[in-house]
Design a protein around this ligand. Sequence first.
Ligand SMILES: C[S@@+](CC[C@H](N)C(=O)[O-])C[C@H]1O[C@@H](n2cnc3c(N)ncnc32)[C@H](O)[C@@H]1O
Length: 333
Amino acid sequence: MRNPPPGNTGTKPRGTPMSNQSKPTHEPVMLHRIVELLAPVLQEPGSVLVDCTLGLGGHALALLQAAPHARLIGIDRDEFALKVAEDRLADYSNRVRVYHAVFDELPYLLQDAGVDEVNAVLMDLGLSSMQIDEPGRGFSYMHDDPLDMRMDTGGGRSATEIVNIVSEAELAKLLRELGDEKYAVRIARSIVAARNIEPITTTGQLVDVIDAAIPKGIESRGHSAKRTFQALRIAVNRELEALENTLPVALDALAPGGRLAVLSYHSGEDRRVKRAFAEVTEDQAPRGLPVVPKELQATHIALTRGAELPTEAEIELNPRAASARLRAVERVA
Ligand SMILES: C[S@@+](CC[C@H](N)C(=O)[O-])C[C@H]1O[C@@H](n2cnc3c(N)ncnc32)[C@H](O)[C@@H]1O
């Protein structure tokens, strides 16, 4: 069952249709571990799973199969991904409700779905392989495409706008903070020089500008454009703001015994998850207090020791899993 979100996002134009005929794919990351963590708390009739990043529904499908009495609220800001997921989950449609929304709308979506508390929440951040590989989206430095990078093609600033409008200093800051790009200043300077000649509107143009800005043969850091593309994508989609706003809400929405699992793919995301989890898994009492008052006691317990990583075997099968970091917590009674 498909629902527009209670806000105005339901009226946005349709997402980009798949332009090639091949079946969209995405390998769900750390799938067995996610099922191991979340399925046990979804066994009671009426249990609710929220998949904040439904993507192509790979994790959701495995969880619906492992938890036959649970229902799923699936959220994604990419309308095309939602369509793919809905088809994939068609056999379970009586237990599935999907929303085209940014996950920071979670409180309104739960209200709309008539749900007070949930038993499990999954956040598998970033992009799906389908989005990266899909020509025309502008996420990949491997194709020459319009420089777009919006997960929701129905609104918001594209990467073209950022690259051509933002000041050199702001660009450098963005590349350093969101992409860990050590040549941020040089790349920002080259972008501004190039756009003063003609606007940068394609991924190919941007890759050429980055290539020209980075010193050659210093060290191998993967593709020269990787960090700049990551930074722009995070900025375009305001990914860190959405994550930071949603983590406390998701932690709070958990029923006693409910679990939240988050898969992050870069340090900026993982740092925020680590911080939000530390706030709820540590007592808030001053050190040395002999008895910690109830209101200052931890409300959640950690289910993962630090961040868990994918195995070498998984990375070999799915190299895009390599940067994954998994953290999970459970709400105490
Ligand atoms: C890594 S993929 C999820 C893949 C999914 N777990 C699967 O197994 O197919 C991330 C998905 O989350 C969506 N997404 C990322 N940030 C989002 C946000 N703030 N709100 C809603 N959806 C988001 C993306 O559009 C993408 O489809």
